[in-house]
Structures are given as structure tokens and as C-alpha cells.
Design a protein around this ligand. Sequence first.
Ligand SMILES: *Cc1c(COP(=O)(O)O)cnc(C)c1O
Length: 405
Amino acid sequence: MPGFELWGAEERKEVNDVLETGILMRYGFDGPRKGIWKAKELEEAITQTFGCKYAQLTSSGTAALTTAMAALNIGAGDEVIMPSFTFVASFEAVLSVGAVPVLVDVDDSLTLDPEAVRKAITPKTKCIMPVHMCGSMADLDALASICKEHNLILLEDACQSIGGSYKGKSLGTIGHAGTFSFDFVKTITCGEGGVVMTNNEEVLIKSDGYTDHGHDHKGVDRGADLHPFIGYNFRISELHAAVGLAQIKKLDRILAIQRANNKLLRSYLEQIPEISFRTIPDPAGDNASFLSWFLPTEELTRAAVAEMKAQGILPGNFYWYDNNWHYIRKWDHLKQATSLYNLNDAQKTALLKLQTQDFSASDAIMGRCISTAISLSWTEEQIREKGEKMAAAIRKVLQEQTSNA
Ligand SMILES: *Cc1c(COP(=O)(O)O)cnc(C)c1O
């Protein structure tokens, strides 16, 4: 996921343009900014690069999801269907607009299982939010047709899949709206930042106002703007947007390196018949930031993790099943509805119910999954060495199991 690995003179140049004028804010100050509009320029580059009509930058990916939900009229009384495997930001955004997150199982695509989604639909369901985890996509045809059938909103959390595509269209541009995160570890980074993408002008206008205290941006200056609705401050700064502008120009290079490195590493694991790989609905559209693979049982997977740890080759390999950030199993604060302020009753009830909800289908997937993060800085030699060492560690674990049996 690491655009930061290609940090260089290009990023410094863009940031310097802003430092020269000292106008760090994206709105106003038309004279002193001397024609430097980094946030506007990055929004334009995003629409061009990803093929959507509109883009609204935000201060983070979480803010982008929150903004998209507000602009799509998702709030109290509404249920949003989302996967049990994602980053905590997905449910944070749902809760922040007063809606209820409804968590459902993932399948071996590591994204929403369309059948599980169908079963979770109630009269209160307003939105289905697939999360395109670890660089690759959910089954968007299946989910879009469920949305159509039930008149639901499709909101794509594409924060981890910048540059990925599904049947030729960029992830994040296929639903009613979609989001990217540009935090420090994403495919391209602004340091911190995010974006809402949409083809609907009304969603753009609402996102634009919502991220800036409800300003309509129609006045002769900020003081003259009207406030047609309540908003917040989710603005990106010019400094952050400047970094993103340099990074987006490197996206093709980043994707090419990720894809080549991913393919080479995969060739080592493919030689082990017990290993299977994540299902990718459109393999050509994988952004390839991770290689996600499975062993036949949780026991073997844990043994492989332990063996790789013992050999010092675990870093960069993620066993999400035990991870605090990405999987329902360890989200105790969510399951206990631990909030600093009073949540609404529907939210509290739904969160406490998660304690007893059956996630065995997700457990059966996530307990056997390891995702290997693909670095942009690896040499071919390093990948070959890594592939050989990982394969040897896994073979050792498989052999031990056979001899124990
Ligand atoms: C990173 C991420 C976000 C939120 O991004 P921030 O910019 O860190 O707020 C949302 N969803 C997913 C799946 C992410 O990985």
C-alpha cells in the first residue's frame, strides 16, 4: 500500500509551491495565492485519473466516508450493511452520522458475501457498503443488483484499493459514491487526506458544503457564503493536497511495481498445492498491494505464522484474525458499545447484539488467511529470497503436520 516509499523531489516541489505563497488553506485568499490551488488541481486530477465526474477532497478517508454518508442522506434510523473484515474507520463513519452498522460475513474474496448481504436486509436497510480490502474488489455486479432490487444505496469504501478496477471501471467510481484514503500507508498518500468520488452533482454539492461548515461557496467571499445545511470541518490543507498531486502522477508506476512484485512472490507460493489464494472477481483489476493466501486449516495457519516469526520473516505478513484493527473478533470496544458520549438507542442495541452474532463463516475464512504486503522497494533478488524462505517455512509446517498425523 505504500506510496510513501516513492517520496522524492516531486513531492517537495509541490509542497514548496505552497510554502512560497504561505497560503495553506484551500479556499479564498485569491490574490496572495498567486494562482496556486493544489486541492482544486488534485480534485481535477482525480476525476481524470479515475474517470468520475466529481471529486471532493477531505481531511481523511474516515471523513470522506462520513461525508459521503451525509451527502447520501444516511442517518438516524438507517442501517448500513458492511463486512466483518475491514478497517475500524468503516463503522466509525456509520456511527458518526447516527446510523446503525450491520456487520455481515465475508467470503473468500475477503469482501462482502452477497448471499449474507441478502439475508441481512430489513425495511431499515438504506445502504450497502462493500469494502475493497487489501487492493482487491468485492463482487460489484452481485451487490449492485441487490441494491437495484431493493432500492438501496451502493457506497464503495475503496480506501485500500486506489488504482484497482472492476470490469474496466475504477473502484470507488461504480457505486452512488466511493471513497479513497490518502493516509500515510495507502497506495498514494497526502500524509493525511481522503476523497469522495461521485457522478452525481447533488452528492458533490452536498459533500463540498458538508466538509466546510455548510458553506455554499457562492458568496463573493467566505463571510458572504450562505449555509443551506449544517456541516463540519473536514477540509484538506493545501500542503496535504500538494503531496497528493505529486503522488497521483506516480500511480501508474506504483501499480506496475506492485503487480510485478506480487506476481513474482506469488509464483513461489503457487508451488505449494496446500496453498490457495483469495478469489478476485476481476483479477486484471487487482491493485496488487497485498498477496492474500490461505492454508487448509486455522491450526496450520497459526503454525505457519509462528514458524515465520521464529525465522524472522514475519514482518509484512498480516494474520488479520488476531489483529485489533481489522476484524470483528477483536473489536471489543465496538461490541461493548464503548463510546465517550451517548449513542442512540438503535445503535446501542445493534452493537451489543454483535456479541452473540454468529460469524463462524467469516472465522472459517479469516482464521486461515495471511496477507503479505507488497513493497515497492524490493529488488527482484529480495523477492526471490523472501519467496523461497516463506515457501520453506510453510513446507516445514505442512511436513510436521503430516508426520504428527
Ligand atoms: C484507511 C482506511 C479508511 C480510512 O482512512 P483514514 O484516512 O485513515 O481515515 C477507511 N476504510 C478502510 C478500509 C481503510 O483501510
